[in-house]
Design a protein around this ligand. Structure first.
Ligand SMILES: NC(=O)c1ccc[n+]([C@@H]2O[C@H](COP(=O)([O-])OP(=O)(O)OC[C@H]3O[C@@H](n4cnc5c(N)ncnc54)[C@H](O)[C@@H]3O)[C@@H](O)[C@H]2O)c1
Length: 436
């Protein structure tokens, strides 16, 4: 256990070597597990804390449930003692730094739900040690670290943030399924509740990550993450709107985007699709909208982008209906539709907030018989993934463009294909393809 001497009301800082663990990661999810692996691979001793006993048991057995960390990679780290998992917060006493990577969803009323973070903070406060460095990684509204986390940690521990322990925010930037940028190579932004906290947290990350950027406050770090996600949400909404216009004008939006992307400066490529998905982009912007109300400010771009993006499944349903009508003289009601891909994006199994869910609901409400095929998702919405037999359906709707699918074969075998991802590009011959 890290033994720390106190000097008046201020703590003598814990030397990292006094701790049994260098890092405790709270939450073994899409963010927490890659983070734990990155630190362990930098020869840091990592404690992973999760409330799900079966997750902890699997991790200690070297079995990973997160695609970005293979079981092989995890097993090697566990075998050499680099990663240890537990459900027991008591063990966090023995860690030098504590990184919180917990979900920050929206409530049913679409307001920020900090329940996971608050519950973990209460557990952490009971075991918090002088000299520890606590960092929030979860995406959230600017002010959360100081206004929510700080009082819970101080109240429960009797220690003072920025003096007895350090408190900072460093937003996670993981993009699941991505190979070119990893937790280690993606620059990390860090901002503390005071300068000492920024410095202490930055030092922790520099032990394992390639590049750490210090900002002036926890609020600046929180806002940075929201800017990144809002930038994506707004630009995706823009191309989604233009895709609808292109459809009416009989111009291929994909060709236009590719052509615009040849400009070497001033343009970034965003692609249209069936709607937003995943834990971040559909949710995080509304954390800012909620906080902005406190300042009598309305975030119009965010609201507009939300409207356009939320409308996409409705637009996609009408495209399927037109394709059936013109391509096969069929009505949507009574047609058999195979939704190809239900994960929220290519080559992952994550279905959180996937637009496929809304589209399937809409198709069913219109009387269609819906099945799905997804090589990454064996069960979804009470259904099982069906074999990929395009000829057995009136229409195949490509919602997620997993790279393992032979789209040429799908086009050849299907009666009608509706493609929301441009996955059939170059495979149009010999089939009927309708594209967003
Ligand atoms: N998933 C992504 O692609 C992504 C990308 C960037 C940022 N983020 C942000 O990172 C944060 C974490 O998201 P995630 O996707 O890793 O979540 P997740 O749902 O994958 O994992 C969370 C884990 O925390 C555990 N947990 C819940 N309450 C706990 C508690 N009190 N103590 C310990 N463990 C607890 C759960 O059992 C689960 O295993 C969110 O704020 C999210 O917005 C996510």
């Amino acid at each position: 256990m890290a033994v720390l001497e106190r000097e008046g009301s201020r703590a003598q800082l814990a030397a990292p070597e006094q701790a049994v663990y260098d890092i405790a990661v709270i939450g073994a999810g899409y963010v927490g597990l890659p983070l734990a692996a990155a630190f362990a691979e930098a020869d840091q001793r990592v404690l992973v804390v999760d409330v799900q006993p079966q997750v902890v048991e699997a991790l200690n057995g070297g079995r990973s449930h997160i695609e970005d960390v293979s079981s092989e990679r995890l097993a090697a780290l566990v075998a050499r003692g680099g990663v240890v998992a537990t459900t027991d917060y008591e063990q966090v006493r023995q860690a030098h730094a504590v990184l919180i990577a917990l979900p920050t969803p929206l409530s049913r009323q679409r307001e920020p739900d900090l329940g996971y973070v608050e519950a973990a903070a209460r557990s952490l406060a009971r075991v918090l040690q002088p000299g520890q460095v606590v960092v929030l990684e979860s995406t959230t509204w600017p002010g959360t670290t100081r206004e929510v986390l700080l009082p819970i940690l101080e109240g429960g521990s009797g220690l003072r943030a920025g003096a007895d322990f350090f408190l900072a925010m460093s937003p996670e930037r993981v993009d699941p399924g991505r190979g070119d940028w990893t937790t280690k190579t993606t620059p990390k932004v860090v901002g503390g509740v005071n300068a000492a906290s920024t410095k202490a947290a930055a030092e922790v990350y520099r032990r394992a990550l390639d590049s750490v950027i210090e900002v002036s406050s926890a609020e600046a770090a929180e806002f940075t993450k929201l800017l990144e996600n809002i930038y994506r949400a707004v630009n995706i909404a823009l191309v989604n709107e233009l895709a609808q216009l292109c459809g009416r004008m009989e111009i291929d939006v994909w060709e236009v985007i590719d052509a615009a992307a040849t400009k070497p400066f001033g343009f970034q490529r965003f692609l249209p699709g069936p709607g937003l998905g995943g834990h971040c982009i559909p949710i995080d912007p509304f954390y800012l909208t909620w906080k902005a109300r406190e300042f009598d400010f309305s975030t119009r771009f965010i609201e507009l982008a939300g409207e356009v993006n939320n409308d996409m499944p409705y637009f996609c349903r009408s495209l399927i209906s037109q394709a059936l009508n013109h391509g096969a003289h069929l009505a949507l009601a009574g047609s058999r539709i195979l939704v190809l891909g239900v994960a929220y994006k290519r080559d992952v199994s994550d279905c959180r907030e996937t637009p496929a869910a809304k589209l399937i609901d809409l198709l069913r409400a219109a009387g269609a018989f819906v099945s799905y095929h997804d090589p990454h998702v064996p069960e979804f919405d009470g259904m099982r993934s069906q074999p990929l037999e395009p000829e057995a359906y009136d229409c195949v709707a490509i919602v997620t463009d997993h790279s393992s699918i032979d789209y040429g074969d799908v086009v050849r075998r299907a009666s009608v294909v509706v493609d929301f991802r441009n996955a059939t590009r170059g495979h149009e011959e010999g089939g009927t393809v309708w594209r967003l």
